[in-house]
Design a protein around this ligand. Structure first.
Ligand code: HEM
Length: 596
């Protein structure tokens, strides 16, 4: 039996960006195009299907060449729940269609060898359903996955030298990938990506949630379209309400972390190579306490019992991240057979889903109880999860996947950020000294306000995140035909946005490989009205909604640590694995030396 038969026999419905694209286009079906005629004397060649993403002018906001005309899209009917101001819509989607110099996609530079393979592929006399299956298994998705989950930055640098700032990779078995190696191109793409950008990145987790668990939505990280927007609006609002209130929890967890360091460091003041785990415990304690208004005890000074709930969460988050990497990197065999990576993903996602589902039920009960006893349901009295459940537009299932995304993706990103912040401060002792001087001026009882009044602290956070980004590569799938850098790029093309590469460019940051927090002190570094400090949190409407929370977590922890200890590190350089969810590539054997 060959692979294709097996695929069909298993009745596997593959989730691909095309599927996601269809979901997104369904939403846009309501949108009609109203063509505005070009001026009589126009010499333009009209390309009606290629909205402009022209980025030839660096530093300007203009996406409109002087010889073009508008073809605005007008909302005809939009269901009330998704209603968006039409002016806003028109602004975000109005595109230019006339480019007499636009170039066909085929002319975009890229490696010829896979282009040849792509051409050869056309000679295989396969029935269309087989062809489609193969494309889904090893088409552009695969290249895309490979580049997202492989340590790709050195490869991207070589590509710039060889092909220039824009590279096209032909999926050898169908589909296309474009890599935007210039920040300006990425910014312009993001500005014009419309209301419902499409991110395509963790097919395995999506398949687990949609097909294995049969949830309606796959969680905010993986969902697109109006469902995502609805979820996102609610969470953004709630996070604003809760972040301030939760400072105390983060402060307490950070104090517990200090005690844990005192407990685990050896006689030379050094922590063990498993210190990454300890940071993970701290970030999970923060996030779980904030979401559920319950202290979990991840940071018990004597350590956690391996069969306890915190231990199971800690272990499962780590295993899920590893399993995602195993599934997403390389050919997606798990779509046909149950590979060990897929089995592990299911096993550990099951653990997390069961635990957090239990808390969803508990929160529902508690809300019922509070309602019956006419308690005030204010931010002070109910947990983040309870607030979510009160929102009619969010189902309890959506609340669950939202918690899971925040726990799995959020806590992993924060752990990585803390690891590198400590590393940079340990390596750049002058910066650590300067930060300590600033910390000494704060009162013994730290407040959130203190953090915002510490410019050097803020600069250190930005600089560390610039050098090592927890999510170093963003990706999108084009929802419609577009002009990128004057090339006509068809819809469904996968676009990779390597933000880590941009933030290491001399062009934007002098002495770009050095940790120099001072660069953020005096200039508000911006490009086309976009704050470069936010780059590590992504861009556009799908950027991270937890930036303020993450910065508060990092700031609080580092202030507490530096008040008590001087941090040192005497081993080899720690690099980032630069994968989709990056991690430090060496043990974090820091020394925490008592201050006098
Ligand atoms: C230093 C810490 C963090 C960094 C650097 C970071 C970075 C990012 C980046 C780069 C993205 C993708 C943006 C894009 O595609 O344009 C993202 C999305 C996301 N992050 Fe974070 N993140 C951090 C912390 C957190 C935390 C603490 C949470 C949750 C509590 C969180 C939850 C999410 C979610 C749910 C998304 C998907 C948003 C959407 O698609 O609407 N992140 N993050």
């Amino acid at each position: 039996m060959n692979i294709i038969n097996l695929l069909h026999l298993k009745g596997i419905k593959l989730i691909t960006p095309r599927f996601r694209f269809q979901k997104a286009t369904l939403i846009n079906v309501n949108v009609n195009t109203n063509t505005v005629k070009p001026p009589e004397d126009s010499q333009n060649v009209v390309e009606p299907n290629f909205p402009s993403i022209n980025t030839s002018t660096f530093g300007t906001n203009s996406m409109q060449p002087s010889n073009a005309y508008f073809q605005p899209k007008i909302i005809e009917e939009v269901s009330s729940e998704n209603k968006i101001e039409s002016s806003e819509y028109i602004e975000s989607t109005s595109k230019l269609y006339a480019f007499k110099d636009s170039l066909p996609f085929d002319l975009m530079p890229g490696p010829q060898s896979i282009k040849m393979l792509a051409k050869l592929w056309n000679f295989f006399p396969l029935a269309s359903r087989y062809e489609e299956s193969i494309q889904k298994l090893v088409g552009a998705d695969n290249i895309f996955g490979y580049l997202s989950w492989y340590n790709s930055l050195p490869l991207f640098k070589r590509m710039i030298n060889e092909y220039g700032p824009l590279v096209r990779l032909h999926g050898p078995f169908g589909g296309n990938v474009v890599i935007l190696l210039r920040l300006e191109d990425a910014m312009t793409l993001i500005k014009s990506e419309g209301l419902f950008p499409i991110r395509s990145c963790i097919d395995s987790l999506e398949q687990y949630r949609l097909q294995y668990r049969k949830y309606k939505q796959a969680g905010p990280f993986l969902t697109c379209g109006p469902e995502w927007k609805k979820m996102r609006n609610v969470v953004e609002g709630l996070l604003c309400d809760y972040v301030d209130n939760q400072f105390k929890v983060i402060d307490e967890a950070s104090n517990e972390f200090i005690n844990r360091i005192l407990h685990i460091r050896n006689k030379q003041d050094e922590v063990l190579s498993s210190f990454y785990n300890e940071i993970n415990k701290w970030s999970l304690e923060c996030i779980c306490s904030i979401l559920l208004n319950k202290r979990f005890g991840f940071l018990e000074s004597a350590g956690i019992n391996f069969s306890s709930e915190p231990a199971r969460i800690l272990d499962s988050v780590k295993e899920v991240v590893t399993a995602i990497h195993r599934c997403e990197f390389g050919i997606h065999f798990w779509k046909i057979v149950e590979t060990p990576g897929w089995k592990n993903l299911v096993k550990y996602c099951d653990v997390l889903d069961t635990i957090f589902n239990k808390y969803v039920h508990k929160a529902q009960d508690s809300l019922r109880h509070k309602k019956n006893s006419n308690d005030n349901l204010t931010v002070q009295n109910i947990s983040f999860l309870e607030s979510l459940l009160l929102k009619e537009e969010i189902s309890s299932e959506d609340s669950l996947t939202l918690l899971l995304d925040m726990v799995i993706i959020g806590s992993t990103a924060v752990t990585h950020a803390v690891a590198f912040l400590l590393y940079h401060l340990a390596r750049y002792t002058n910066a650590q000294r300067k930060l300590y001087e600033e910390i000494k001026k704060t009162s013994a009882k730290l407040t959130r306000q203190d953090l915002s009044n510490m410019p050097y602290l803020q600069a250190c956070l930005k600089e560390s995140l610039r050098l090592k980004q927890p999510i170093p590569i963003l990706n999108r799938v084009l929802p419609e035909n577009s002009l990128i850098h004057n090339y006509q790029v068809p819809k469904n093309t996968h676009v990779l946005i390597p933000t880590q590469l941009y933030s290491l460019k001399e062009e934007y940051f002098e002495d770009s490989l050095k940790f120099k927090p001072d660069r953020w002190l005096y200039d508000d570094l911006e490009l086309s009205n976009f704050k470069l400090s936010a780059l590590s949190f992504g861009c556009g409407s799908k950027s991270c909604f937890a930036q303020a929370l993450a910065e508060m977590q990092l700031g609080t922890l580092v202030v507490q640590i530096l008040r008590k200890f001087r941090v040192a590190y005497q081993y080899g350089e720690i690099n980032s694995t630069n994968q989709m969810l990056a991690a430090p590539d060496r043990p974090l054997r820091f020394s925490f030396i008592d201050r006098d």
